[in-house]
Write a protein that binds this ligand. Structure first.
Ligand SMILES: O=C(O)C[C@@H](O)[C@H](O)C(=O)COP(=O)(O)O
Ligand SMILES: [Zn+2]
Length: 291
């Protein structure tokens, strides 16, 4: 059993100049794929589950138990964290109760004062159980109702105030967005990230880990630079979904699903699952989290 909180895992990454991949799961096969890649690359890994995915998969306990049991049955030897991704206040509390080992309370849409106050409450509840906490300032945009909103730039003072709530890692908007990046996207605002991490580190006296959301489609060079500036966790979902979709499409459109017993879901989904593994393995190489 190698299930751990995100605290030491992410701090180790920050101190040693790499980032941990936080990969979203969507179902059983996805979870197995993430664990297989983590083991084969010997990469500490965070498995993230959004509120939507948790509902889809059956609930908080189902997700937490699934990851724990697979970690055990698959003899995983690297640290794995079970993480709530973009949780609201109720979801963060439910994840803590269900023994997730890491939670993100995303109050970035709330007024700052309320975001800080609720984050403090979640930190207290989580830390009592050794669970790590991520919070967000400067909302990370993305596609909603077909419209791609641009990412916000988190004010530095807000980021410092949030770190002072005693969270373990911080998601801060630096021009990153979820889902596909528009063709005219100007890239990550790395100058801003540099200023932001300098200000946080000065305020707290050590190198604090920052989280990059919307990791899919960010050029490798920008990710590597962001890691040198303090990013120690990179979230990826869309890239794995696209890889899964493309592989499944290729399989079906070339009529391979009609051969033999390939209608069996275990065979039908296999090319998609392999594609997820290849996509995540490639990300781990860029993040430098392999051993
Ligand atoms: O899409 C989700 O449900 C999870 C994402 O918000 C995740 O937190 C993330 O940041 C991944 O972004 P992506 O790689 O752009 O999908
Ligand atoms: Zn995200």
């Amino acid at each position: 059993m190698t299930i751990v909180s995100g605290m030491k895992m992410i701090q180790h990454a920050r101190s040693n100049g790499y980032a941990v991949g936080a990969f979203n799961t969507n179902n059983l096969e996805w979870t197995q794929a993430i664990l297989r890649v983590a083991e084969s690359k010997q990469a500490p890994t965070i498995i993230g589950a959004s509120m939507g995915a948790i509902k889809y998969m059956g609930g908080f306990k189902t997700v937490a138990n699934l990851i724990r049991d697979l970690d055990d049955d698959m003899n995983i030897s690297v640290p794995i964290a079970i993480h709530l991704d973009h949780g609201d206040y109720q979801a963060a509390k439910a994840a803590i109760a269900a023994n997730f080992t890491s939670v993100m309370f995303d109050g970035s849409h709330l007024p700052l004062k309320e975001n800080l106050a609720k984050t403090r409450e979640i930190v207290q509840l989580a830390h009592e159980k050794g669970i790590s906490v991520e919070a967000e300032v400067g909302s990370i945009g993305g596609e909603e109702d077909g419209i791609i909103g641009s990412g916000e730039i988190a004010p530095i003072a807000d980021a410092v105030a949030m770190v002072n709530t005693n969270i373990d890692f911080l998601a801060a908007g630096i021009g990153n967005i979820h889902g596909a990046y528009p063709t005219d996207w100007p890239g990550l605002q790395l100058n801003h990230l540099h200023k932001l991490t300098d200000a946080i580190n000065d305020a707290i006296g050590y190198d604090f880990p920052v989280v990059l959301h919307g990791g899919s489609g960010v050029p490798d060079k920008q990710i590597r630079e962001a890691i040198t500036m303090g990013v120690a966790k990179v979230n990826v979902n869309t890239e794995a979904q696209l890889a899964f979709h493309q592989a499944l499409r290729d399989f079906i459109l070339t009529d391979q699903d009609l051969q033999g017993k390939n209608y069996d879901p275990r065979k039908l989904l296999a090319p998609g699952v392999k594609a997820i593994e290849n996509a995540l393995s490639d990300r781990i190489d860029v993040f430098g989290s392999y051993q």
